[in-house]
Design a protein. Structure first.
Ligand code: HEM
Length: 565
């Protein structure tokens, strides 16, 4: 294995953010054989001839790359001892494993999981000839890295694309380990998500849940009971998080052009999520690949810059207005996340741009995950009416005989272990942040006996662990009970079940995320019975990978309001 450059250039980007509608389609166009034909202009050829031509074309490209690699290697001395990386599948010259990863034809996370079964619990993918990406799919290896060597695997890669959506790596997710990152984590846990703060957002949650139920009722009445849950769930998640993040400033936008603005902002957040891809990581990490694929690469970066400018234009005015208000009338105790960020003084002070991107990160974290996870959960409820009935029964008992009470309260949640188990099981079977967010090794180390040089990017495949038959009995089955009669404690399961990641960079918003999921599910089950779009029509559970895993076909369900609603 040849090393082209000393080490992968540290790069920026949120695993969640990388490519444009156009670029994504252009890249995914290369993802199946049939698309390859179109990509190289052979779509109209007879398939046999096209296939032969593709073999010849591949051979030519292969030879070209081999020669180019030889030429590039001619400047290197080769006088260093090569690290013994974890094993890797066979590689192409220059492009490494990139062609096989991009052209696997299936969803990337599944390909990486299956590769783990073949290669073992830890393997290397070469994205380009000089950029090793280590993929971990085994529990022991994950435990060793994230817990035993927690400080070593706690840094983020500085992906080029991330710098545009983080004001130069100044957000919690993108920031390197150090005082800045610690400060941001502290603000999140003290000023945003402490138990007292979380409790103080209850009125916001109550209002938005009530609104959500009313919207579902109206939509169902207009459309013979059929609804598209994701759109409504997303709107609620965005409203909740905007009110928490901005407080009254957000409320003031209401009645004005709030709806349009929020929708535009949310669209940009979605674009950020859609932008995530392994291709972008490869672009970020290899100057050779960036040069070889210059047009696609330019489009990718232009796209990220456009999204970044849109988000800045939408969020910055609100921040500046709030700053003005706080200057005129300072508050001692920050009511909102934005106030907490603005109030930082001295060395801790953030620039306006840093505030914008930290707020944006919170919003993406708090909206995209919650709404898509709930869509998966409702899909399972539609598919398993008996499980839904059992959960509804539990909620009814917890609510008591007084059916005047329309909303399930947070105080009722401890009485709903089965509802909570449904949430956990859905998050296992449909692990959203399937590859978590990549880490890099902060120092040279060994993992399961293999060399991991300083700066190596490592992906922990939470989705592979969640479906590992050595950890879970019948892992492909939806069985909430497994979380009630669990053999192992949550602590023991830390690295086998990690929808929020594990170790130092694990999600600081997990308590809020779980609270919203439990509360929303309990209320949606209490208010409606969820059935298929048409009698007997099965739900399409096909997955779509966009650095998180969502439903490829939006769920449509028929809802019947319960008699007490
Ligand atoms: C159900 C909802 C959520 C899920 C499934 C989720 C999942 C995750 C995952 C898997 C990570 C990466 C962990 C790693 O790298 O090992 C992460 C990081 C993060 N999440 Fe969440 N998250 C959720 C909700 C939230 C909320 C509500 C917030 C903010 C209020 C939030 C803020 C963050 C931040 C700032 C990071 C980066 C942490 C760091 O790098 O230190 N998340 N989340």
């Amino acid at each position: 294995m040849e090393m082209e450059m000393p080490m992968p250039m540290p790069m920026p980007s949120s695993l969640s953010m990388i490519s444009s509608g156009n670029v994504t389609s252009e890249i995914s166009a290369v993802c199946s054989l049939q698309h390859v034909f179109r990509f190289v202009g052979m779509a109209d050829m007879d398939p046999k001839r096209a296939s032969d031509a593709l073999v010849v074309l591949s051979a030519v490209v292969f030879v070209f790359l081999a020669v180019l690699q030889k030429y590039l290697n001619s400047g290197t001395t080769g006088e260093y001892s090569k690290p013994a990386y974890p094993p890797s599948p066979p590689r192409w010259p220059i492009l490494g494993n990139l062609p096989s990863v991009v052209m696997n034809g299936g969803e990337l996370h599944t390909a990486l999981r299956l590769l783990g079964k073949k290669m073992g619990p830890i393997y290397t993918l070469w994205l380009g000839r000089s950029f090793p990406l280590v993929v971990v799919t085994g529990e022991e290896a994950t435990q060793e890295a994230l817990i035993t060597q927690g400080t070593v695997f706690a840094a983020r890669p500085m992906l080029i694309s991330w710098q545009y959506i983080s004001s130069g790596y100044k957000t919690t997710m993108t920031s390197p380990m150090g005082p800045h990152w610690q400060k941001l984590r502290k603000i999140i846990s003290h000023d945003l998500l402490s138990p007292a703060k979380l409790a103080s957002y209850k009125p916001v949650r109550d209002t938005e849940i009530e609104r959500l139920i009313n919207r579902f009722k109206c939509l169902a009445a207009e459309n013979n009971g059929v609804v598209n849950p994701l759109l409504e769930l997303r709107e609620s998640a965005v409203d909740i998080i905007m009110r928490i993040g901005f407080g009254d400033d957000f409320a003031k936008l209401e009645g004005n052009n709030q709806n349009a603005k929020v929708k535009e902002l949310d669209q940009n957040f979605r674009d950020i999520m859609d932008a995530g891809s392994i291709f972008q990581i490869a672009l970020d990490s290899s100057s050779v690949i960036r040069t070889l694929l210059f047009p696609a690469s330019r489009k990718c970066y232009n796209n990220i810059r456009t999204i970044s400018a849109n988000i800045t234009d939408l969020v910055m005015p609100i921040i500046l207005e709030r700053k003005k208000q706080l200057k005129e009338r300072p508050v001692s105790d920050a009511n909102t996340f934005v106030d907490a960020l603005i109030n930082l003084k001295g060395e801790d002070k953030l620039t306006d741009m840093e505030i914008v991107w930290n707020v944006a990160e919170l919003m993406v974290g708090g909206t995209d995950n919650t709404s898509h996870i709930l869509e998966w959960i409702l899909a399972e409820m539609v598919t398993h009416p008996e499980i839904q009935a059992k959960a509804y029964g539990e909620v009814r008992v917890a609510m008591g005989p007084n059916l005047e009470r329309r909303l399930v309260q947070e105080s009722e949640l401890p009485k709903l272990p089965f509802v909570q188990a449904i949430v956990k099981e859905s998050m296992r079977l449909h692990m959203m942040a399937v590859l978590a967010i990549p880490k890099i090794a902060t120092q040279e180390t060994k993992l399961r006996g293999y060399d991991i040089p300083k700066g190596t990017m490592v992906i922990f495949h939470a989705g592979a662990l969640a479906l590992d038959e050595d950890i879970w009995a019948d892992p492909m089955e939806f069985r909430p009970e497994r979380f009630i009669n669990a053999d192992r404690t949550p602590r023991e399961m830390k690295c086998a079940y990690m929808p929020f990641g594990a170790g130092r960079r694990s999600c600081p918003g997990s308590s809020m995320g779980m609270l919203h999921l439990h509360l929303l599910l309990a209320n949606l089950l209490y208010a409606f019975e969820w059935g298929p779009e048409a009698p007997g029509k099965p739900v399409d559970f096909t997955e779509k990978f966009r650095m998180v895993v969502t439903m490829k076909t939006r769920l449509r369900a028929t809802i019947t309001p319960r008699s007490h609603i």
